[in-house]
Design a protein around this ligand. Structure first.
Ligand code: GLU
Ligand code: MG
Length: 437
């Protein structure tokens, strides 16, 4: 069959979807300057396709401008054309960043952190997913059998990551039914979120190429574990030196790290509306699922919303470089760009407000009475998307981090999605999300 080589110019949107348009690769030079046409109301296309109320209606024109440095080309060599993709920013026809452009919103958060703290961000998304077709024999958790059963797929994913210019770290059979997890080495700045986007795309396309389907849905079966997105972060100072670790700081956190994490915990109840934004995300954010349920910092605790990831037995220089913390209250229904932006803004707010470092919990907070929890300054995360959206709306500090009408548009989108799910049983909701993520 004849075939024009195509480049797919893409973005991640409020629905956490990868959307865009293809153009002939021969047009690359012009497209990098003038972009491709984009429609404001596209931002209200929900994950289920129905369009949420939009303040833009049928009006307006925008451009999606692909960024040359973001290009990723992956050839699975399975008879399908290679993936050739670029991520871009949405701008007005005059070249200004658009108020709902997720990548520009992330840039704004990165700039703020650099301005208030002189910090640059390194990070990597650790992502879990499940294969939906394969049989699930018992006894596969963490096993070689579960790994070997999907060896061609896992190998294709890792090769694809390398071709896309990322550094594969590890891949494993996770605990849940047909659940796998893939990690990559950290990237810097906007590329942290771009990389997370490519990981999802590569996993899904590698699976499809082998007649399988991979889902990143937050929870496939409420009786089982969820699919988490753990966002690992560390900082570099203006000279490019590691700035996250201080051997004398609480849990090894530098002063700035401590204030940053305190900012996250203070605003967590509001920002989960962005980092865990589906109607089933809150089934996962419950105690004893190794996800996140309270606004706490954990040292060696995989149920904390923010966890220090200890680095063992190395030189101080190596520890300083590798020491990081992870944000666990995120899932793949969130745009990586928006989720990271919300976390960075919360952290920058904590630094601006000079918050003291939180101390790490080392006990099961689910055992505490609501009074004890409150006395110690902890709260349960919202129990539903509606509750999270109400918290977001009520938090003027958080809403002010986002440009123009973004918050209004976001709330309209997500409330529409929540209403679409409201009458469904939990099982039907889980099935609906598994079909689209
Ligand atoms: N599946 C867990 C989650 O939903 C994470 C398990 C782990 O890797 O610690 O976040
Ligand atoms: Mg895991």
């Amino acid at each position: 069959m004849i075939r024009e080589p195509l480049v797919f110019a893409a973005l991640t949107d409020i629905a956490g979807k990868l959307r865009g348009k293809g153009f002939p690769a021969a047009q690359l030079d012009t497209r990098q300057r003038s972009g491709i046409g984009w429609t404001p109301t596209n931002v209200q296309i929900t994950c289920f396709d129905a369009i949420a109320p939009s303040p833009y209606g049928a009006l307006g024109d925008l451009v999606l401008v692909p960024e040359p440095g973001s290009r990723a080309t992956v050839d699975f060599q399975d008879g399908r054309p290679p993936e050739d993709m670029m991520l871009g920013d949405v701008r007005s026809l005059e070249g200004e960043p658009w108020e709902c452009c997720t990548r520009s919103i992330l840039r704004g958060a990165l700039d703020r952190l650099e301005r208030v703290a002189g910090l640059r961000v390194r990070g990597a998304f650790e992502q879990e997913f499940q294969l939906t077709g394969a049989a699930v024999p018992p006894g596969w958790a963490y096993s070689h059998a579960g790994f070997a059963a999907q060896a061609p797929f896992l190998g294709a994913v890792m090769a694809g990551l390398g071709q896309a210019g990322l550094t594969p770290d590890s891949i494993m059979k996770e605990y849940g039914d047909n659940q796998y997890e893939v990690t990559i080495a950290p990237e810097e700045g906007v590329r942290v979120a771009d990389a997370a986007t490519y990981v999802r795309m590569i996993v899904q396309q590698a699976a499809l190429g082998l007649g399988e389907r991979a889902t990143f849905t937050p929870i496939l079966d409420p009786k089982g574990v969820g699919n988490g997105v753990h966002i690992h972060l560390s900082f570099l100072d203006a000279e490019g030196r590691p700035a996250t670790w201080d051997p004398d700081g609480p849990s090894g956190m530098s002063r700035q790290t401590g204030a940053f994490v305190a900012g996250i915990l203070r605003h967590l109840g509001s920002i989960v509306a962005i980092t865990a934004p589906s109607a089933i995300s809150y089934l996962r954010l419950t105690p004893h699922r190794w996800s996140a349920a309270f606004n706490n910092l954990g040292f060696r605790d995989r149920e904390a919303s923010v966890r220090i990831c200890p680095v063992a037995g190395d030189t101080p220089e190596a520890v300083a470089r590798r020491y990081n913390f992870e944000f666990r209250a995120a899932d793949a229904t969130a745009s990586p760009h928006l989720a990271l932006a919300a976390i960075l803004h919360a952290g920058a707010q904590g630094i601006e407000d000079g918050l003291p470092a939180p101390s790490a919990t080392e006990e099961d907070l689910a055992e505490l009475s609501p009074e004890d929890l409150a006395r110690r300054g902890y709260e349960r995360l919202p129990a539903s998307l509606e509750e999270a959206l109400d918290r977001f709306e009520a938090d003027e500090v958080v809403r002010a981090w986002f440009p123009g009408r973004f918050s209004e548009v976001y709330l309209a989108h997500k409330r529409f999605e929540a209403a679409m799910m409201a009458d469904k049983s939990i099982a039907d909701r889980c099935a609906a999300y598994a079909g689209v993520y």
